[in-house]
Design a protein around this ligand. Sequence first.
Ligand SMILES: Nc1ncnc2c1ncn2[C@@H]1O[C@H](COP(=O)(O)OP(=O)(O)OP(=O)(O)O)[C@@H](O)[C@H]1O
Length: 383
Amino acid sequence: MIRFEHVTKKYRGTNKPALSDVDFEVQRGEFVFLVGASGSGKSSCLRLILREDTPSEGRVVVLGRDLHTLSTRKVPYFRRHIGSVFQDFRLLPNKTVFQNVAFTLQVIGSSRAYIQQAVTEALTLVGLDGKQKRLPHELSGGEQQRVAIARAIVNRPQILLADEPTGNLDPATSIDIMQLLARINEGGTTVVMATHEAGFVDQMKRRVIELQSGVMVRDDRHGGYGDRSSLPTLAPQEEKGAAATAALTAVLELQREIAASTVEGVAPAAAAAVSEAASDAVAASAVAAAVAVTPELVTSELADRETAPAVTREPAAPPVTRERPAPVKAQPADGATAEPAPHTRPIRIDAPAVDLDGLDLDGPGVADRLGLASDDDEVGPTS
Ligand SMILES: Nc1ncnc2c1ncn2[C@@H]1O[C@H](COP(=O)(O)OP(=O)(O)OP(=O)(O)O)[C@@H](O)[C@H]1O
């Protein structure tokens, strides 16, 4: 799904490469931590995956596509399959929670009915029911990050990149966010997360790729953070996010598209949204990570015969390897009766991949605190 082949990245005007001969492969459905000291090259890796940059040497292959040969014109289509979350949230300050999440779908020309349902479901997934009309400044940091995550996943990307997503949050809120990312991963999304949060890395026992001065020094399938001597300790905290965590049991699958609403080019609403956002520097950075314009990601161009899913022209198609129940018909939103009803499929979470039980912590086990201990829930659509 993601392959770095002897990647070296040297930024212009620098002597020392930010990445040196980095070589690894991430399979579909993995949760991978990228760890390392500040300046070790974590963000550079994520930027290469997102094709914000290209390697100086070597190849980066994502979803079966050699990103070096991906034309600039096709980059936005490619990025539709990758959601991004950042430390600083990058929300549009003058747009409501709903509008922030809807923005991506507007830009790709989704129908109103689809946007209404997909955004509602994404916000339910991240535990923000009832806060759709809030502006970002009316939310806590953790809530803002949840909005950013909802925005990143609303188009159901195959890969979620998270660059220090808990960097601005207190430990308890960070746990909520980690729990959310773990659940998204359990739904089949490949997650690559750059972090300094040694506590999470140690507890979650996921794959760890460690960089030191641009060199990959470790690739541990069930690793911990490694040398933590220079890091602040993550002490067990009083749980603050139980309510939000409980809300997350309503795990819903986000629709990808409805075929009838598929348009070529930017929809009028999207054009207006882009225009408005263009005047806003924050909008520019928010948009950059999110979207493409038309659904023309062609199968032959993206199909990695070994690791990638078949990617169809129809953005409505879910990743083929995810096990899903049959679609359930949903009613269009008010005022959108002319548009076909979007299809909603429940996510099946039947294999908790995070084994956090048995940790030597006071109080409830971390798996319980994260809501990951039980073999829970297959939840249907909200509407
Ligand atoms: N655009 C750029 N131009 C020049 N040098 C850069 C650029 N971006 C990053 N670097 C350098 O590349 C190296 C790796 O940076 P990178 O941001 O990837 O590290 P990082 O591990 O993500 O750090 P942090 O944890 O602080 O975010 C650093 O030495 C940095 O100064």
